[in-house]
Design a binder for this molecule. Structure first.
Ligand SMILES: C[S@@+](CC[C@H](N)C(=O)[O-])C[C@H]1O[C@@H](n2cnc3c(N)ncnc32)[C@H](O)[C@@H]1O
Length: 521
């Protein structure tokens, strides 16, 4: 059995459920508890146990990896209905013959990179119990869902607290499709307020049942205020099972709205059709390798121009040489050291700098160890156009007139010769492409939206040849922080109106507002 003291929270995924949330989750399923066999697969400090006991279950089995926690539960609760099992839940689900009416809990959150090899091998074995082998175990909570499905009685229910990413990341897409087929009723609850104050990521509740009284053709998606109101929803919508959504968070818009934006997107080329997209440079340590002009002059180091923070680009569509020169004049860190030679070939100042890095053991860090020599950051080609993968209100696609490189904050797009970068960028800022950035992206606590490369490449782009006058006008509008509405009105008038009616454009704008409202709540 494991000792808890030596492990950190990332390795054991230990974020306990707030008491009121546990009480209210149990309350919601109270009518099903009496006489039921119940399982808590990762019991921790047992926050669900007391509320469950109140409703007279037949048995409660609780599993926990750590002996100390199991001892705590055994000492805390004196009930012959309670059975504490000290085990890895993946093991337990592979070997247990007993089946349960209700499985309730808050599975650990442990990224694949922190899951130990043995648990990973067992998780893969668990996956083999199901026909759908496309499910990806990128986090341990996926194994907990699979293990629980395996241990469920025919009419049983699962009620879990899960990270919000369950609803939107690509790696859980197959899992969501699998669950859609498996369960008669699925209900998702999301919160307007933060329920776990200590963690950055929001959570959601997933309730799934095969109770025969339900046979719902849709997944219910409920938005509630906080953990004290999980049965009073502020907003409710449905996700039809026969029209699967890539991300369940998108159920905030109706089926008709989804159809409209998908159908309209199909009319146009995708970003990937225009050229080649690659991620920016990964330095391994931006503050060490990216320096200002003063440093470059003082050390006589070879360097290349680079942007490592989207804030340095600011609001603009055309990033010009003048814009970059202004950053240099303001002594911003905009030069990436380009050092491929042995140390002795460099200036005294640069040698001192590199030796100071070695003293701080930067040469032993994960990324630098892969470079030869350790300070030789691999350069990836720059793009004609830059897309900054994270954004707040409006995504940033910028013409790279300054001929700069970027770090991995952006994707670099090199267009095929037949497309011009000015038109490409201008056309991006239309209502349809912008609504699709919301629909395809994922968001985190705090509301920042991010598009991974595959999501970015899928965006529709209604490309047309655009005049310099129009482009300069758009650049001015964006530089002047004009309202997004005015910007899209202008771009729509040039690129969308030929293909999409005014009425439909209005609806598309409303959809975008809904999706943004969900993200920036
Ligand atoms: C997110 S906490 C939840 C605890 C409790 N269920 C709650 O809701 O507050 C996850 C718990 O899972 C335990 N755990 C981590 N890996 C496990 C595994 N492979 N099998 C069983 N329990 C595990 C951790 O020790 C921790 O107590």
């Amino acid at each position: 059995m494991k000792k808890v003291n030596n492990l950190n929270k990332k390795e054991i995924g230990e974020y306990y459920t707030p008491k009121n949330l546990a009480i209210n989750m149990v309350k919601k399923i109270r009518d099903d508890i009496s006489n039921s066999d119940i399982l808590e697969p990762s019991v921790g400090d047992g926050i669900f146990l007391e509320p469950l006991m109140q409703y007279n279950p037949k048995s409660i089995d609780c599993v926990e990896l750590f002996q100390k926690k199991c001892d705590f539960i055994t000492n805390q609760y004196n009930s012959d209905k309670l059975n504490v099992i000290c085990s890895d839940f993946i093991d337990y689900s592979l070997n247990c013959k007993k089946k349960y009416d209700i499985i309730i809990g808050n599975p650990p959150y442990i990224k694949k990179s922190n899951i130990n090899e043995d648990v990973m091998t067992k998780s893969k074995k668990l996956l083999e119990c199901f026909s759908n082998s496309n499910i990806k175990i990128e986090n341990i909570w996926v194994s907990f869902i699979l293990g629980s499905v395996k241990l469920l009685k025919k009419n049983g229910s699962i009620y879990f607290v899960l990270p919000f990413e369950f609803l939107q990341v690509c790696y859980s897409e197959e899992l969501r499709l699998f669950l859609e087929k498996k369960f008669n009723k699925i209900e998702i609850t999301v919160f307007n307020k933060k329920v776990f104050p200590l963690i950055e990521q929001d959570v959601c509740l997933l309730y799934m049942t095969n109770d025969e009284k339900f046979n719902k053709e849709y997944i219910e998606y409920k938005v509630v205020e906080d953990e004290n109101n999980i049965e009073n929803f502020a907003y409710e919508s449905k996700i039809m099972k026969n029209k699967p959504l890539k991300k369940w968070t998108n159920s905030i818009i109706s089926d008709e709205e989804t159809e409209l934006i998908k159908h309209k997107s199909d009319i146009f080329m995708k970003i990937s059709d225009f050229g080649y997209t690659s991620p920016g440079i990964v330095t391994g340590n931006n503050s060490y390798f990216i320096k200002n002009n003063e440093f470059i002059k003082a050390t006589n180091a070879e360097c290349i121009p680079i942007i490592s923070k989207s804030i340095l680009i600011g609001n603009k569509v055309i990033f010009s040489k003048d814009d970059f020169n202004e950053l240099i004049a303001n002594n911003k860190d905009v030069f990436l050291l380009k050092l491929s030679q042995q140390k002795q070939n460099y200036s005294k100042e640069l040698i001192e700098f590199l030796e100071a890095g070695e003293q701080k053991k930067l040469n032993e860090t994960y990324k630098c160890k892969t470079h030869k020599p350790w300070y030789n950051v691999p350069i990836i080609k720059k793009g004609d156009v830059l897309f900054f993968k994270r954004y707040h209100l409006i995504p940033k696609l910028v013409i790279n007139d300054a001929d700069i490189y970027t770090t991995d904050i952006s994707y670099n797009i090199r267009l095929e010769d037949k497309y011009d970068k000015k038109s490409f960028c201008f056309c991006f800022y239309n209502s349809l492409t912008l609504v699709m950035t919301e629909y395809c992206g994922r968001f985190y606590g705090g509301g920042v939206c991010e598009l991974i490369p595959s999501e970015f490449k899928e965006l529709p782009l209604p490309y047309q040849q655009i005049s310099d006058t129009d482009l300069n006008k758009l650049d001015r509008m964006i530089r002047n922080n004009e309202r997004v509405e005015n910007i899209t009105d202008f771009v729509d008038s040039r690129v969308l109106k030929k293909f999409i009616s005014e009425e439909e454009i209005k609806i598309i704008k409303e959809i975008r507002n809904k999706l943004i409202g969900r993200r920036l709540k």
